[in-house]
Design a protein around this ligand. Structure first.
Ligand SMILES: [Zn+2]
Length: 148
């Protein structure tokens, strides 16, 4: 029996990120890939926005750098931590710029250009108040002790 409590919590949305358990495969964002255009999209569209062809679901990458971010101090929806940070991450694997949450426990360490990696944790709730898994980007360990 799996005792990891996060495994019992449902994701806030389907087909946005890979699902636990993550034993040998770390969490990854799921996007769309068009083999005709050799291009990735996030979130996955219903069809390729360039050629209108079929789109496949593909992992699009779980590591990147912070392009921009902001700390939100207004009362959050879905019982997210307050304050919390959102922003854009440039993914290394697919070069996509994605919008996402950042680790709410490291807001004062966020900086543009910092390397981040995807994590999935129990963050906030759904509209009914039940806990939900959400992806968020955390700083890679080598950023933690950087002296400025
Ligand atoms: Zn296409």
């Amino acid at each position: 029996m799996d005792t990891n409590a996060d495994n019992m919590i449902l994701p806030f949305a389907k087909n946005i990120f890979t699902q636990p358990p993550y034993k040998s495969n770390p969490p990854d964002l799921l996007g769309g890939f068009c083999s005709g255009c050799n291009d990735y999209f996030f979130p996955k569209p219903g069809y390729c926005p360039k050629c209108l062809g079929n789109i496949q679901t593909r992992p699009i990458g779980n590591k990147g750098t912070i392009y921009s971010f902001t700390v939100v101090r207004t009362p959050p929806l879905f019982d997210l931590p307050s304050p919390y940070a959102i922003g854009y991450i440039d993914l290394i694997k697919t070069k996509l710029r994605v919008f996402g949450l950042f680790d709410p426990e490291a807001l004062d360490q966020l900086k543009i250009g910092a390397r981040v990696v995807l994590s999935v944790k129990s963050l906030g709730t759904d509209s009914q108040g039940s806990p939900r898994l959400r992806p968020c980007f955390i700083l890679e360990p080598e950023n933690e002790h950087t002296m400025i």
